[in-house]
Ligand binder design. Structure first.
Ligand code: HEM
Ligand SMILES: *[C@@H]1O[C@H](CO)[C@@H](O)[C@H](O)[C@H]1NC(C)=O
Ligand SMILES: *[C@@H]1O[C@H](CO)[C@@H](O)[C@H](O)[C@H]1NC(C)=O
Length: 333
């Protein structure tokens, strides 16, 4: 009896240690979908209702909320650092190159937080609000559903340098983008899969202008871009001025979360250079693009895995960080 007990204890210790190496990159261990079941059972319903109201007024908000979760997780982990405004020693990530004049949806997060504070004060973190809103956004736009692991806590600081350096830029090369994903414990399949988020939402002219006029600095446009699409784009994205003019990332089904993004890549109508390179610069990524273009089910299945993985990047848990009362500022400063 006793030896059987010892054996099974030993086996479970081995299983545990294997589990923790497999998840070494993402401190996702410790998060659980049931985290608020007793402390704030209505948490997810409250988030869903506010997101749905915002979406009814402005369907682009789905894209904007999804992107906030990404830009949060890539900088010091999923800790709501992106939500902090500048104050005291904190320099807001909202000022960084990827976020300035671009990241949006902060007012919706504020609304969700105040609804949650009324129902269960100081319980639900801003980082978890970002993760749940991202899921709800994808579902509202017609994409896959998934169970969100919860229990992240909020940071006490922000990193504008992290935001500038760790979030890929639209004119980064494929190796640079992949390096930035690998730094987060994400692989090439995660990269191609999560880039499919560009099936919804907008880009400003300034994020892809270089492709239209002077891609490599020799005065030539990016010739991998479909040239009739390029000339359409030039009409509203002139060589100078119009920086903030908006374009759908997926011009075919701009508000639908589907696999159209990959179909666009195959006909060289990916809007950003970082989209195009997934089809043109590596056989590996190209094969994944083709698979997803032909099989939306495969895209959705992988999307759920990759976005949960992204949501597990270095969360603060236990007594690290805090539960902010207002997402824009730390509790004591
Ligand atoms: C692979 C590297 C990526 C690059 C270089 C990139 C770059 C960009 C750029 C430049 C924009 C347009 C911003 C603007 O001009 O205002 C954008 C928009 C967007 N990105 Fe990405 N992105 C990447 C990956 C991702 C990932 C992983 C997600 C989500 C998980 C995501 C979600 C979005 C969404 C939804 C929008 C539209 C936002 C809106 O309409 O408000 N992107 N991205
Ligand atoms: C990418 O775009 C940024 C911002 O417009 C610019 O400063 C940089 O030189 C570009 N990098 C490359 C490699 O073209
Ligand atoms: C293209 O970019 C290069 C390098 O940034 C610059 O020297 C050149 O003047 C630009 N050409 C045009 C036509 O804008």
């Amino acid at each position: 009896m006793a030896s059987r007990f010892l054996l099974s204890l030993l086996l479970s210790l081995i299983a545990l240690s294997r589990f923790s190496t497999a998840t070494a990159y993402n401190g996702g261990v410790g998060l659980s979908p049931q985290f608020y079941d007793y402390t704030c059972p209505k948490a997810q319903e409250i988030v869903r209702n506010v997101v749905a109201q915002a979406y009814a007024k402005d369907p682009r908000i789905a894209a904007s909320l999804l992107r906030l979760h990404f830009h949060d997780c890539f900088v010091k982990g999923c800790d709501a650092s992106i939500l902090l405004d500048s104050s005291g020693t904190i320099v807001s990530e909202k000022r960084s190159n990827p976020n300035r004049d671009s990241a949006r949806g902060f007012e919706v997060i504020d609304q969700i937080k105040s609804a949650l504070e009324m129902q269960c004060p100081s319980i639900v973190s801003c980082a978890d609000i970002l993760a749940i809103s991202a899921r709800d956004s994808v579902v509202l736009a017609g994409g896959p559903n998934w169970v969100v692991p919860l229990g992240r806590r909020d940071s006490l600081g922000a990193s504008v340098q992290g935001s500038n350096n760790d979030i890929p830029a639209p004119n980064n090369t494929l190796p640079t983008i992949l390096t930035k994903f690998k730094r987060q414990g994400l692989d090439v399949l995660d990269l191609v899969t999560l880039s499919g988020s560009h099936t919804i939402g907008n880009s400003r002219c300034t994020s892809f202008r270089q492709r239209l006029y002077n891609q490599t600095g020799n005065g030539q446009p990016d010739l991998t871009l479909d040239q009739s699409y390029a000339s359409q784009l030039r009409a509203n994205c002139p060589q100078s001025g119009g920086d903030q003019n908006l374009f759908h990332l997926d011009p075919v089904t701009p508000f639908k979360f589907d696999n159209q993004y990959y179909k666009n890549l195959i006909v060289h109508k990916g809007l950003l250079s970082s989209d195009e390179v997934l089809f043109t610069m590596s056989k590996d990524t190209m094969q994944i693009v083709e698979r997803f273009a032909n099989d939306q089910g495969s895209f959705f299945e992988n999307y759920v895995k990759s976005i949960v993985k992204m949501g597990n990047i270095s969360p603060l848990t236990g007594s690290n960080g805090e539960i902010r009362k207002i997402c824009r500022r730390v509790n004591h400063n």
